[in-house]
Design a protein around this ligand. Structure first.
Ligand code: GLU
Length: 487
């Protein structure tokens, strides 16, 4: 018999009732949240959000040796940072062992699974023989009809159908057919009773009423096996969509040697989640020739069926470009919330200093990442230890005493601390001393920032605030006078 699982592309109706789209992201917590995983999560989230559906987070932590709490936390933090909020979950597979045991027992009772007594040695020599004969290694079904009891060493195997073909229409890859000849009787429970991946994933997807399984195409070979388990459990399989891997620039699967792959690393490096999301959605998906998408636009236009089946290569330059775009174009207040994270991470207290959104307005044009912005803005919150030697040598000389003193006097009386007014004041000082603006602005810049590089001088003064500016100019004057006394 032909086992067919032909599903209409979008099963929005189930009988006459509209069907709720339910997607899930199901990472195994065995490391960091990889950008490839984040893209899968984004696709799942978008497919749910685009259809008023439900997005579920499930942590597949059954591999106790490789899973860690740290990694679970990295996944949760990464998802939260990206704003990929789950409507249900996180569910943990380790909390569902009783349920898996129950379903294993159900399959055993129904004669759809069996206890297998084959030893490791037997399986190994079977494998060797099959390799020698040039056939694909697979379990030969020796215990399938033996009616064995459970022992301390036995495993439970699923009775995969012996004939027929599994056919499914993958939303990304198109129709896929696999003959049951190519599949064998999969182990669903180990000797200690612990369930295996292909089994737990099906039980969960059924229990959680998942309508669309969207995942990496490294799982495509598992799908026919899983569909057979759905059938055995009398459940209708979901729609499947297997999205391609992300590659590095050299065409190999994206890994650490290409650059950062952990989502949280991108946060540390100073990317905005909006930029990373926009970047990831465009990796293998397009809508006309649009490059920049707000979350709302992604939601409006995204269709999992339009994801390209070809693997896409990660392009760090394009991500940088998007990051700059978002730093400059998002409301400063929104960027400021992310900038705050960096200051905290750098142990800089920003309570005593300018509003972060003011910093963003001034610095966005000058910086490529939030990290750079935070580093270059530290000076507005914390005093620096010493002047940059080169800058001081050039700009804090005896001749600069006069402009600095004039600035100090005028700024002491200045009450409107706004860039335009401050700019006017510097212009007046230069005019009075009959020198160019630079002769006043550069010493002032070194006095305020300790270096010869800072935002426009009026903005630098503005962000430093009155009290801090006066203190720093006084300090620079002392330095100039000390130098004069030494020469
Ligand atoms: N836990 C699997 C993984 O992290 C994903 C399973 C699935 O999406 O079906 O690769």
């Amino acid at each position: 018999p032909l086992i067919k699982c032909r599903l209409s592309p979008r099963r929005l109706f189930f009988g006459s009732k509209p069907m709720t789209i339910r997607t899930r992201f199901a990472p195994s917590p065995t490391g960091y949240l990889h950008v490839g995983g984040a893209r899968t999560a984004l696709f799942c989230w978008l497919e749910a959000r685009a259809n008023d559906g439900v997005f579920i987070l499930r942590i597949e932590d059954t591999d106790l040796e490789r899973s860690s709490q740290e990694s679970v936390q990295a996944i949760l933090d990464g998802m939260a940072w990206l704003g990929l909020d789950a409507d249900e979950g996180p569910f943990y597979q380790t909390e569902r062992f009783d349920r898996y045991a129950e379903v294993v027992q159900q399959l055993l009772d129904q004669g759809k699974a069996y206890h297998c007594h084959c030893s490791k040695d037997r399986l190994e020599s079977l494998r060797e023989q099959q390799m020698k004969d040039g056939v694909k290694p697979r379990y030969d079904g020796q215990c399938r009809d033996a009616g064995h009891e459970k022992t301390g060493k036995s495993v439970v195997r699923f009775k995969n159908p012996r004939s027929g073909t599994v056919v499914f229409d993958d939303q990304v890859r198109g129709r896929i057919s696999i003959s049951n000849d190519e599949l064998d009787d999969l182990v669903i429970a180990r000797p200690d009773g612990s369930p295996t991946y292909n089994f737990t994933v099906v039980v969960d997807d059924i229990d959680m009423k998942i309508s669309h399984v969207i995942r990496g195409d490294d799982h495509i070979n598992n799908t026919p096996r899983q569909i057979n388990i759905y059938m055995a459990l009398g459940a209708e399989p979901p729609v499947f969509a297997h999205v391609p891997m992300i590659l590095g620039e050299d065409g190999a699967r994206l890994s650490k040697r290409h650059g950062a792959v952990s989502v949280l690393k991108y946060r540390e490096m100073g990317y905005l989640p909006q930029a990373l999301l926009n970047y990831l959605v465009r990796l293998g998906w397009s809508h006309g020739d649009q490059e920049v998408f707000t979350i709302e636009e992604m939601r409006d236009h995204f269709k999992i069926g339009n994801v390209n089946r070809k693997a896409a290569a990660f392009d760090y330059d394009k991500l940088d470009w998007l990051n700059q775009h978002y730093m400059r174009n998002l409301p400063p207040q929104e960027v400021a919330e992310h900038l705050a994270w960096h200051f905290t991470d750098m142990d800089v207290n920003t309570e005593n200093g300018p509003l972060l959104s003011d910093v963003v307005q001034v610095q966005a044009e000058r910086c490529n990442t939030l990290r750079e912005m935070a580093e270059q803005s530290r000076v507005f919150y914390e005093d620096f230890d010493e002047f940059d030697a080169g800058a001081a040598k050039k700009h804090l000389r005896p001749v600069t005493e006069q402009p600095l003193r004039a600035l100090l006097n005028r700024l002491t009386d200045q009450n409107t601390w706004k860039p335009e007014a401050l700019n006017e004041l510097i212009r007046l000082v230069a005019e009075e001393l009959e020198v160019g603006m630079g002769k006043v602005a550069q010493p002032l810049r070194v006095a305020l920032s300790g270096t010869a590089v800072s935002p426009a001088i009026d903005k630098t003064l503005w962000l430093c605030g009155k009290e801090r500016s006066l203190q720093r100019i006084s300090h620079a004057l002392e330095y100039v006078m000390f130098r004069a006394s030494q020469s």
